[in-house]
Design a protein around this ligand. Sequence first.
Ligand SMILES: Nc1ncnc2c1ncn2[C@@H]1O[C@H](COP(=O)(O)OP(=O)(O)OP(=O)(O)O)[C@@H](O)[C@H]1O
Ligand SMILES: Nc1ccn([C@@H]2O[C@H](COP(=O)(O)O)[C@@H](O)[C@H]2O)c(=O)n1
Ligand SMILES: [Mg+2]
Length: 232
Amino acid sequence: MWKRVVSLSSLISYSKSKATYGVKIWNSPSTLISTPVYYGTLFKEKNPLIIFVLGGPGSGKGTQCIKIAETFGFTHLSAGELLRKEINSENGHIILDTIREGHIVPSELTVNLIKKAMESSDNYKFLIDGFPRNEENRITFERILGVEPNAVLFFDCPEEEMVKRVLNRKEGRVDDNINTVKTRLKEFSELNPHVIDYYTKRGKLHKINAVGTVDDIFDQVRPVFAACEAMK
Ligand SMILES: Nc1ncnc2c1ncn2[C@@H]1O[C@H](COP(=O)(O)OP(=O)(O)OP(=O)(O)O)[C@@H](O)[C@H]1O
Ligand SMILES: Nc1ccn([C@@H]2O[C@H](COP(=O)(O)O)[C@@H](O)[C@H]2O)c(=O)n1
Ligand SMILES: [Mg+2]
């Protein structure tokens, strides 16, 4: 039986039923909610709630994800962080070179890391931070995991502010320098709009103004997750 979240249902779609083969359809006719589509077998036992988190470098995705995870009980998976942890692995040289240059790592590599992290988690609520970076990322995720996100957050931030934040971040990242930031911003401005358009058309996009204090921004984020809170 499929259930509809009534509170803020237009913000987020969710089903408590288990995913099985084929495309699920709501019991009651509704054009309000975009239905999560499960066409794979991976999540037969665990029906996931997946939120993709988009935004340019330094837009504050990671900062907000930490707050969302703490407040709403999500597991925070940063695609960039998963890749950085793989730098000493078999494919590590490809990853390190790509990150250092500010380009995008081949999608299969990233998606398989996300898949592994999701499978090994006991949680069913996932924030996937910094993903998808492009259409290839998105399509590869759908192909390998057989699932779409329930909602997509987009932290919209002016370039000038993003550059300032990245250059002030003192975490020792190899890509936090002006040359790499320029490449990251260029790729972001070319590739992100396609992803945004796709999820806008599917009624899943929630654009957040990423300028302001961390708490001001979180106040905009909070309502998107109120529907999830009701499921706890
Ligand atoms: N609202 C804010 N105002 C000012 N600084 C912020 C704000 N949010 C985050 N920051 C700071 O800006 C820097 C970048 O933030 P964060 O790491 O969350 O961005 P990100 O979108 O995850 O970036 P990246 O894609 O490069 O990982 C950090 O040093 C963080 O502390
Ligand atoms: N989907 C992704 C996400 C990240 N990368 C690479 O990692 C770098 C750092 O990512 P952050 O989200 O932590 O900024 C990014 O610049 C890419 O090189 C990727 O390839 N694909
Ligand atoms: Mg980050």
